[in-house]
Every structure is written in structure tokens, then in C-alpha cells.
Design a protein around this ligand. Structure first.
Ligand code: NAG
Ligand code: NAG
Ligand code: NAG
Ligand code: NAG
Ligand code: NAG
Length: 504
């Protein structure tokens, strides 16, 4: 996708409202925070140290399924370098750090005994951040289920997951909640299960013919909905627990982070316009609708039918309003079009239920488009359809594809440019009434990427993945972000200007 971005940047023309040309961070609301993020398996390394046991991601990568057989065994080795990283964040001027706790480091068997070394590590990390004036924004579960729970009861497919997850969350609140004021129950539950239970490409690699390749176990037509339902239950359960037992004394906030691309129709034809809206419902509405209205979107119910779990009245009440904020991971605008053939098949998976052409395939076939304006549409949709929830952008970033892993690259002006375009759109959304609370770049450092191993770099800071000590170095984007955080002006988008869909 990367080379295409440059190409498209040169093509788009649109007017930019004059008064956003020299924005600084002071134009964002009071208390709005800027940070950067990582997740445990992707950054820590030290996977077999100090009592940590495998998660489903360890199993998957150690069996060589990842791109180029990459693993997170060492990753950026943050387990041994967290002090250096906090120092970098401090020097850059970040307000906040988004990271996740490794369940299998804290409770190696998934339930039962706490690992004292795991507890110590996260206590140290949190204390180090606070000593440097950086807020910890902590994700409890970021796709890395303990392998033991997968083995014992098929992980997310069992309601037992909900109980074990709730106990794990309780352990986090109890031990870290005196200092952590921003909790995220789950990261991207609305896409995690597609790789794991529909196509089977990602752990735990469950799928069924003809929807995946090499499926040994699973059912692509039913399991994604069941796994997603249990994640929703787990979220609601952790939020209830936090609110009943901790929130009054600890005075923190709790929310969920959703994968949120924005879908646009590939043509103006009414069936494609409807297909794009369906995809927004299937992606964002799948979780947002239950969290706000207590049930799945009616359109999903009618298309998925009995395979979509029934939400009881009691659960509906528990779900409605079960968040203090919504986290949004936004990278892409995706085009899609209707595929009625898929919807008319006797056996349907997620994409077929939505009745669309797989937007990722469509993109890879050359229909990628640079559209930071789509973030504005997404935020507008959240504001109008879901009662204007408080929102953090939890991930937004720009990848570079690398072939030669020992190459050190510091020149990443396109990254700074793209991030600035997104920040301008964010500013316009705020001015339009969206309740935005903060913005996190993905990622602080180069990490192990779930979809691409080390072949994609998102880091503001680079990491030499071939050096024993995983040496860090600042990229130009880190210097740009730091200057912005210290009061610098956002550069007006490089000419020709970025395509705002609305010049408010
Ligand atoms: C499917 O399994 C075969 C045989 O084990 C292997 O060669 C092939 O790479 C696998 N395909 C995928 C997509 O994993
Ligand atoms: C998946 O589950 C559905 C509903 O139980 C069933 O009709 C279908 O045969 C199953 N598919 C596979 C591949 O087992
Ligand atoms: C539409 O769906 C059918 C059935 O899954 C599939 O064979 C076909 O390739 C899809 N069409 C496009 C354009 O993706
Ligand atoms: C990869 O990059 C390193 C460091 O720049 C360089 O020494 C090496 O020759 C490169 N390898 C290839 C195959 O290009
Ligand atoms: C602002 O809100 C209006 C009304 O909902 C909408 O039409 C417009 O597209 C929004 N603009 C942005 C930048 O969000």
C-alpha cells in the first residue's frame, strides 16, 4: 500500500479551511492528551522468562505460522528496556502511554496463582511512567489468550472464558488500579475473531471449508459470532465489576477499543452504498449497538439469523452504557461493493452475511485510497448514531514495508505528513461537536506486527531488530511529534492539499 499512498497524495485536490493551517496542541480541548502505544506480546519479548507461560500467539509464532516465521520471543525486548522507553517517552513529551498487560505473564495458567515477577514488572513499569509524569492507559486483553485456556476449553468459544477473564481483570484492578486511571477491557474484539475463527489465518486458527485454508477444526459460519459474544460478555462483566467494586475509590475510567476503519461504497450504485453501510454496521455496530442500545443491530440480526446469539433482557441492561469511553483504532478508508451471490449461499460466513466483496481483497487489487477525511465520517457517525460517546483514538499510524530487516531508516516524512493530516481531521471533528479525549500514535516503537511480523514498521522510534540489545533510535516523525507536543504548529498539508470532505 505504501507506494500507492505517495501516488495518491499527489493526485488529490481539495480546499483546506484557512484557519486550520497553523494549529497547535493548544487548539485541542483542555485535558486532551497525546500519546503513543504498544501491546504486550508485540513489544515485550522475554516470553519464557520469570515464570511467563505461552499465549496463543506464542504457540502460533513458534510453530512458524507467522510471516517470515517471525516471533515475539524478543520483539523490541521492552521487558528488559522499559526504563529506556519511558525515558524516550518523557523526552518526546508524551502525556500518556498505551500498553497492555500480558495475561500469561501475570497469571501464567490463565487462572489461579499470580506470578510475583509479573506483578513486579507491571508495578515497575507503571511507577516508572508516573515518575516521569506519563499517564498509563492500560489494555487488559490484547489478543494474547493464555494457551492453557485455549487447551482446556477452546478459549473464547466457552462461557468459562468470561469467568476467567473477569478474575484476571479483578487482579489488574486490585493490584494496579490505585495508579491506573484508564482501563481498556479488550482491544479490537471485532476483528480479532475474524482471523482466529473465520479465515483461520491467525491464532487459534479455527475455520471451516470453504472459508479458510487448512482448517483442521472450527466452523466459520458460527464460531466468529459465538467468540464475539463471549468477548462482549467478558467486557460487560469486567465493567460491572469495576463499577461496583473499584470505581468509587479508584476514580478511574473504563472502556473498550474497537477496530474502526470506515467503509465507503466502490460506486454510486444504491446497492453498493447499502453494502458499505452494512460493513460499518458489521464492524463497528457489532459492538457499539449492544454497548449503547443493548442488542445487536437489527440488520445484523436479520442477516445472520439464529447464528447470532440472543441477548437476554438482563444482559441487555448490563450492556447498555457499559463504558466510560470508546477507543477507536483507525487506519484506513476501505471501499466495498455488494455481493448478493455470497449472501445467497446456503453456508455463509461473516463477509457473506454482510453480502459484500471482501474489502481487503478489493484493496489489494489496486483500489487503495488515501482518505484521512474518512476519520471525520467515522467520528461523525459515532456522534450521531451512538449518542456522542467520549472517544480516544487509540491507534492511528502509518506503516513502511521493509524487505531488509537490518536497514536502519530515520527519514519518514510521509509518516509525519499522514499523522498531521489525521490530526487536522480530528480537530475538525472536535469543532463539529465530537467528544474527543485523546490521541495515540501506533506505535511508539517498531514492534512485532500481528499481520506482518517485522516486515512492517509503524514506529515513531525505530528498533534495530537485528541488534542484540534491540537498539532504539528516533525517526524524524518522533522529532516532529515531539515538536508538536511542545507547542509546535501542525504543518499545513503538503500541496496539493488533503481531501477534507467538509470544509466546515
Ligand atoms: C496448508 O498446509 C500445507 C501442508 O501442510 C502447507 O504446505 C501450506 O503452506 C498450508 N497453507 C496455508 C495457507 O497455511
Ligand atoms: C457449522 O454449524 C452449523 C450450525 O450448527 C451447521 O449447520 C454446519 O454444518 C456446521 N459446519 C461445519 C463445517 O461443521
Ligand atoms: C461473491 O461471492 C461469491 C461466493 O462467495 C464468490 O465466489 C465471488 O468471488 C464473490 N465475488 C467477488 C467479486 O468477490
Ligand atoms: C541490508 O541493510 C544493511 C544495512 O544497511 C546492509 O549492510 C546490507 O547490505 C543490506 N542487505 C541487502 C541484501 O541489501
Ligand atoms: C459535521 O456535522 C454535520 C452534521 O452531522 C455533518 O453533516 C458534517 O459532515 C460534519 N463534519 C465533520 C467534519 O465531521
Amino acid at each position: 500500500m505504501a507506494p500507492l499512498l505517495f501516488f495518491l497524495l499527489g493526485l488529490r485536490l481539495a480546499a483546506l479551511p484557512v484557519d486550520v493551517a497553523a494549529l497547535t496542541r493548544h487548539d485541542f480541548p483542555d485535558g486532551f492528551i497525546f500519546g503513543a502505544g504498544t501491546s504486550a506480546y508485540q513489544v515485550e519479548g522475554g516470553v519464557a522468562e520469570d515464570g511467563r507461560k505461552p499465549s496463543i500467539w506464542d504457540t502460533y509464532t513458534q510453530q512458524g505460522y507467522s510471516v517470515n516465521k517471525a516471533t515475539g520471543d524478543v520483539a523490541a525486548d521492552q521487558y528488559h528496556h522499559y526504563k529506556d522507553d519511558v525515558k524516550i517517552m518523557h523526552e518526546m513529551g508524551l502525556d500518556a502511554s498505551r500498553f497492555s498487560i500480558s495475561w500469561s505473564r501475570l497469571i501464567p495458567d490463565g487462572r489461579g496463582d499470580i506470578n510475583p515477577k509479573g506483578l513486579e514488572y507491571y508495578n515497575n513499569l507503571i511507577d516508572e511512567l508516573l515518575q516521569h509524569g506519563i499517564q498509563p492507559h492500560v489494555t487488559i486483553y490484547h489478543c494474547d489468550l493464555p494457551q492453557s485456556l485455549q487447551d482446556e476449553y477452546n478459549g473464547l468459544l466457552s462461557p468459562k472464558f468470561v469467568d476467567d477473564y473477569t478474575m484476571y481483570a479483578d487482579t489488574c484492578f486490585k493490584n494496579f488500579g490505585d495508579r491506573v486511571k484508564h482501563w481498556v477491557t479488550l482491544n479490537e474484539p471485532n476483528v480479532e475473531i475474524l482471523g482466529g475463527y473465520d479465515t483461520g489465518e491467525l491464532p487459534p486458527q479455527r475455520c471451516s471449508y470453504p472459508f479458510g485454508t487448512n482448517c483442521t477444526a472450527g466452523n466459520s459460519t458460527t464460531e466468529p459470532y459465538i467468540a464475539a459474544y463471549h468477548l462482549l460478555l467478558a467486557h460487560a462483566s469486567a465493567v460491572s465489576l469495576y463499577r461496583e467494586k473499584y470505581q468509587v475509590t479508584q476514580k478511574g475510567e473504563i472502556g473498550i477499543t474497537l477496530y474502526a476503519p470506515w467503509y465507503e461504497p466502490a460506486t454510486d450504485a444504491s446497492q453498493d452504498v447499502a453494502a458499505a453501510m452494512r460493513m460499518n454496521e458489521f464492524t463497528l455496530g457489532w459492538f457499539m449497538h449492544p454497548l449503547v442500545h443493548g442488542d445487536y443491530p437489527p440488520m445484523m440480526r436479520s442477516r445472520v439469523g439464529a447464528r447470532l446469539p440472543v441477548i437476554s433482557m438482563e444482559l441487555s441492561k448490563k450492556l447498555s452504557g457499559s463504558f466510560d469511553f470508546i477507543g477507536v483504532n483507525h487506519y484506513l478508508m476501505l471501499r466495498t461493493c455488494a455481493n448478493d451471490t455470497a449472501f445467497n449461499m446456503r453456508q455463509r460466513n461473516y463477509w457473506a452475511d454482510a453480502g459484500v466483496v471482501d474489502p481487503y481483497k478489493y484493496m489489494q487489487e489496486g483500489h487503495a485510497e488515501y482518505g484521512p477525511w474518512a476519520l471525520g465520517k467515522l467520528l461523525d457517525h459515532l456522534r450521531v448514531e451512538y449518542g456522542n460517546p467520549p472517544v480516544f483514538i487509540h491507534e492511528n499510524g502509518w506503516p513502511r514495508i521493509v524487505k531488509n530487516l537490518s536497514e536502519i531508516e530515520t527519514d519518514d516524512d510521509p509518516r509525519s505528513m499522514v499523522l498531521q493530516d489525521f490530526l487536522l481531521v480530528l480537530y475538525l471533528s472536535i469543532r463539529n461537536g465530537s467528544d474527543m479525549r485523546g490521541y495515540f500514535v501506533w506505535s511508539l516503537l517498531d514492534v512485532f506486527e500481528f499481520l506482518n511480523g517485522y516486515g512492517l514498521r509503524y514506529g515513531l522510534c525505530g528498533v534495530d531488530m537485528t541488534a542484540e540489545g534491540r537498539t532504539r533510535y528516533l525517526r524524524k516523525s518522533a522529532r516532529w511529534y515531539s515538536a508538536f507536543l511542545n507547542g509546535g504548529e501542525l504543518r499545513p498539508p503538503a500541496s496539493p492539499k488533503i481531501p477534507f470532505y467538509d470544509s466546515a
